[in-house]
Design a binder for this molecule. Structure first.
Ligand SMILES: Nc1ncnc2c1ncn2[C@@H]1O[C@H](COP(=O)(O)OP(=O)(O)O)[C@@H](O)[C@H]1O
Ligand SMILES: [Mg+2]
Length: 142
């Protein structure tokens, strides 16, 4: 039997703008099973980013349900099309900015971030700036 890890039920999303209401997603339902690779394909503007932003908690849905059958709540991230690195900060400082803002930066956490950057093959770029990195490298920083 399939082990469903994420169940999306009748998700709907409306954006409200000055010029009116846009239905970006209309009743999407989908089950994702363990080990599956799923591609969501469609023309520009059909709602792919909207769905991913809802799943990762960046924006709210208008209606519907997101169910993780095995866990009550799960953290889900996704790789944005455009990275949001600050051009005036080096790679390490870009990675530490969240912790700094939260006043949650410790020596141990900084060391862990450096270890992760090394793990992702960015050891020689820690003190470089985003403009010195390729698109793929920038995405690995994100
Ligand atoms: N923040 C927003 N405010 C208003 N409308 C939006 C916003 N984001 C996306 N849309 C609209 O929602 C629809 C789906 O957009 P999007 O999810 O970005 O599509 P895709 O990623 O498939 O190209 C489009 O019509 C787009 O114009
Ligand atoms: Mg998109």
């Amino acid at each position: 039997m399939n082990n469903t890890i994420l169940s999306i039920k009748d998700i709907k999303k409306k954006y409200f703008t000055k010029s009116g209401e846009i239905t970006a997603i209309d009743n999407i339902s989908l089950d994702i099973n363990e080990g599956e690779f799923i591609a969501i394909v469609g023309p520009s503007g059909c709602g792919k980013s909207t769905l991913l932003s809802i799943l990762s908690g960046l924006i709210d849905k208008s209606s519907g349900e997101i169910i993780y059958p095995n866990q009550s709540k799960k953290k889900l991230g996704y790789m944005l099309q455009q990275d949001c690195l600050f051009p005036w900060l080096n790679i390490l400082d870009n990675c530490l900015i969240g912790l700094k803002i939260e006043k949650n930066l410790t020596k141990e956490k900084k060391e862990r971030v450096i270890k992760l950057l090394e793990l992702y093959g960015l050891k020689d770029f820690i003190y470089k700036y985003p403009k010195n990195l390729s698109g793929g490298m920038r995405q690995r920083v994100v």
